[in-house]
Design a protein around this ligand. Structure first.
Ligand SMILES: C[S@@+](CC[C@H](N)C(=O)[O-])C[C@H]1O[C@@H](n2cnc3c(N)ncnc32)[C@H](O)[C@@H]1O
Length: 415
């Protein structure tokens, strides 16, 4: 084991960095030693915060960024570090995000002694994902998002407990929950997909991740079209864009076709005009409505729905309810004879007039119920004036307003 880990001293407050422009220039220079012809420059943008601006026009098909392998933090980097030493010595395995979290924290503690210090210094100090919110602000989230936050915090606690158990034999290393949460979300919100071979020391779940300094300053846009992959010819992780950008534009990539709930949970932001936005409806709530209407054979119908995985993607969007919600409702509304030919739902035809009426009735009840729930949260805000709300309260208010709009639109489409 390396000297630094054995003799670790606490140097001030760990993981509390706020990147100044000097630090960004530092990162830029560090990378410039290896990455020539950089087209992009870190800049503060009024709407998205820190991001990358282009210094020259960019055309579809251009490679906007290429980060050499030696600058990536991969499973290999972690296994070759002191954390790797601990992993090889232990009978316990961690997942890569856990191991990489310990790596980030221990490297952060070394400060200038770490070769990764220039990078670590520009990592965000904190995040706007609900896992960092005060509990009084969590109550301002809709039921769905609140439940997801609770589950995410539970998972985080479990991962942390596993780390504590893993580190228990190594008396020199202590990691607090807050340090772990910081590192976990650095990786969560900034890692790229990077194919890694299996390792005897790391579990296979979620093993294909890596951190790519500088590249991870790129913000997300729903209109961005990119291809990201490791190029074996030049040993660089590259991003190719299919968009055009004028000189001094902010360059965006796409993190995926994510809903606002997902963007908030994983990245801590939402987009007002997100074409991928959906409002999730809980399967149990749908079944409860059918039960309250005294519909028959519910257990049998549930079996059909669950065994055929029809209870997935139960969402509505501005275009109305998803096919799955309609299919679940159709099955729940079937009579005994109709249920025998339940596969007719795949034909997208009306099952019967009675079935159609029951589906419409249940749809209305479900959407109105959800709308009432959302509206009951609005009254919990400490002020109606957005300028008097904190950043997290504003995020909660914006998301709630978007959720209300989706529900209203879906109700309109039923009529
Ligand atoms: C990969 S990093 C991008 C760089 C980041 N802005 C920074 O300053 O380090 C992802 C984070 O950027 C922010 N972000 C990305 N796209 C955004 C957008 N369109 N609007 C607002 N924030 C965005 C979120 O905080 C997200 O967690």
């Amino acid at each position: 084991m390396g000297r630094t880990l054995r003799n670790r001293k606490r140097i001030g407050k760990r993981v509390a960095h706020s990147a100044s422009s000097d630090e960004l220039i530092g990162l830029f220079k560090w990378l410039k030693m290896k990455v020539r012809n950089q087209k992009l420059r870190p800049t503060m943008f009024h709407d998205t915060g820190r991001g990358l601006m282009t210094k020259r026009p960019i055309y579809p098909g251009d490679v906007i960024i290429a980060i050499p392998k030696s600058f990536l933090i991969t499973m290999d980097t972690v296994l070759k570090s002191e954390v790797g030493f601990l992993l090889k010595r232990s009978h316990l395995k961690l997942n890569l995000q856990q191991a990489m979290s310990i790596f980030l924290i221990t490297e952060s503690e070394k400060q200038e002694e770490s070769v990764w210090w220039r990078y670590i210094k520009v990592l965000p100090e904190t995040f706007d994902t609900p896992a960092f919110w005060k509990s009084s602000d969590l109550c301002l989230l809709s039921k769905n998002v609140y439940k997801k936050t609770f589950a995410a915090l539970n998972d985080l606690q479990t991962f942390y407990d596993e780390i504590i158990l893993f580190l228990s034999s190594s008396k020199e290393v202590t990691i607090t929950f807050n340090e772990f949460r910081w590192a976990w979300y650095c990786i969560n919100s900034r890692s790229i997909y990077y194919d890694c071979d299996s390792s005897p020391y790391i579990t296979d779940t979620n093993k294909n991740i890596a951190l790519a300094p500088f590249l991870d300053l790129l913000n997300h846009s729903t209109t961005a079209e990119v291809e990201a992959a490791f190029n074996m010819n030049n040993n660089c992780f590259e991003i190719k864009t299919y968009n055009s950008f004028r000189k001094y534009d902010q360059v965006f990539i796409s993190y995926g076709a994510h809903s606002n709930t997902h963007l908030l949970m994983e990245y801590g932001f939402i987009l007002p005009d997100n074409p991928h936005d959906v409002y999730e409806i809980d399967y149990d709530e749908i079944v409860k409505v059918a039960q309250n209407l005294n519909l028959q054979y519910i257990d049998k119908k549930k079996r059909v729905i669950e065994e055929n995985a029809i209870n997935r993607k139960l969402v509505c969007s501005k275009e109305g309810m998803s096919w799955s919600i309609h299919a679940v409702l159709k099955i729940l509304a079937m009579d005994f004879t109709e249920l025998k030919s339940w596969k007719l739902i795949f034909k997208d035809d009306t099952i019967s007039v009675t079935n159609q009426k029951a589906v419409k009735n249940m749809s209305q009840i479900i959407l109105q119920q959800e709308l009432l729930e959302i509206r009951s949260v609005f009254v919990k805000f400490p002020s109606k004036d957005k300028s008097r709300l904190t950043r997290h309260q504003n995020l909660a208010l914006d998301l709630l307003t978007i959720e209300e709009n989706i529900l209203q639109q879906s109700i309109k489409l039923l009529q």
